[in-house]
Design a protein around this ligand. Structure first.
Ligand code: WQD
Length: 340
């Protein structure tokens, strides 16, 4: 079955907007839903500048079923890619109710509307946090889901379970669970990138703000982890590669539907200091840093085995850490105060 019209919830966000670009490039027709809680409507204009197309946009909170139903009613949708959700790990610890009600509420609303409008393909934006504290690395899709170290991660575990049960109960429902590792970088044009509100929680946007002088130095959270240089190791994947993984997944659901789970990473672990060095080399700039105490909840190492995505989707990450460092810095330089 051919999937053409794709509803992309959270489609103006960091990963969502890059995925809209990748969908347009492959001839799909993305319809964008975003409540602008963590994104700006001007991203639509930037999508048009890059792709020449201005996708249909609905400013909607995905928990608002009546509002979201309009997007289903007015478009003959073929599939949904569900990105919409709160994603700040630290905030989720402080405000669990906000995270459970929003993230579970929006996913259940999307699922109910897919049932009502007979949309048989759902791609869910899951996360490596569903593996909890890994017993060993690399992580395989067959590894058990563990207690996530925070409510944000718990919502991803719960939504995966909800979608699995829904697919079990309805054999016509095809579900793809995509477990992202650490997305970094931005569109090579510098028009799209990671644009956090306030002081960045994540490593790469923090490094970028040090690079442009908005922050004095990088705080390295701990150098006594069980890793080669003592700093935390993660699987950093270029957001453009991640976006293309979603297109490859849609093609898989068109050909060979069912319930599928994939790790979307590079298969390689990179430490904090290795990322700093890669950034300095890629951009010819020095990043001052200070070693500080560990951040609660951080794990030593977390990276993926991505052989399954290559075997079944023919997809693998092709851009390098240096490419991502260059694209992230380019975005930061072009948007010193974020997307305005
Ligand atoms: C990476 C490494 C830190 C900031 C989280 C979520 C994950 C996804 C990505 C949403 C760690 C170190 C960081 C800093 C540092 N989010 N660090 N100084 O925690 O691996 O993953 O964000 O989808 O779901 O869990 O990413 O970038 O915060 O940290 O030393 O200022 O960088 O200790 O080792 P994380 P991160």
């Amino acid at each position: 079955m051919s999937l053409k019209r794709i509803l992309v919830t959270g489609g103006l966000g960091f990963i969502g907007s890059e995925t809209v670009i990748a969908l347009l490039k492959e001839g799909y027709e993305p319809i964008v839903v975003d409540d602008l809680y963590n994104a700006k409507e001007v991203v639509l204009d930037r999508i048009e500048t890059i792709s020449g197309r201005h996708p249909l946009f609905y400013k909607i909170d995905c928990c608002d079923e009546r509002a979201l139903e309009a997007a289903f009613k007015e478009n003959e949708l073929d599939a949904v890619i569900h990105f919409a959700g709160y994603k700040a790990v630290g905030e989720s610890v402080a405000k669990p109710t906000k995270y459970y009600s929003n993230n579970l509420g929006s996913a259940l609303t999307v699922l109910r509307l897919c049932n009502r409008y007979r949309i048989h393909s759902i791609v869910f934006s899951s996360s490596a946090t569903v593996y909890g504290v890994p017993e060993r690395v690399p992580l395989f899709e067959t590894d058990p889901l563990r207690d996530a170290t925070n409510p944000y991660g718990e919502t991803k575990v719960m939504i995966e379970r909800i979608l699995r049960d829904a697919a079990k109960a309805d054999p016509t429902l095809n579900v793809a669970l995509l477990r992202y590792f650490n997305p970094i970088g931005g569109h090579p044009s510098g028009l799209l990138g990671e644009d956090p509100n306030g002081i960045p929680n994540n490593l790469m946007p923090y490094i970028c703000q040090v690079a442009v002088g908005k922050l004095p130095y990088l705080r390295v959270y701990g150098d006594d982890y069980k890793t080669p240089d003592g700093t935390g190791v993660r699987d950093y994947i270029h957001v453009v590669d991640l976006a293309e993984g979603h297109v490859a997944t849609l093609k898989k659901l068109e050909k060979d539907p069912g319930l599928v789970v994939y790790n979307l990473g590079t298969g390689k672990g990179t430490s904090v200091l290795e990322l700093v060095r890669a950034f300095e080399k890629a951009n010819g700039i020095e990043i001052p840093y200070k070693i500080e105490a560990r951040r609660p909840g951080d794990v030593d190492m977390n990276y993926a085995n991505c052989d399954k995505a290559f075997r079944e989707l023919g997809w693998k990450a092709r851009l390098t850490i240096e490419d991502a460092c260059r694209d992230a810095y380019n975005f930061q330089k072009k948007n010193p105060n974020g997307i305005e």
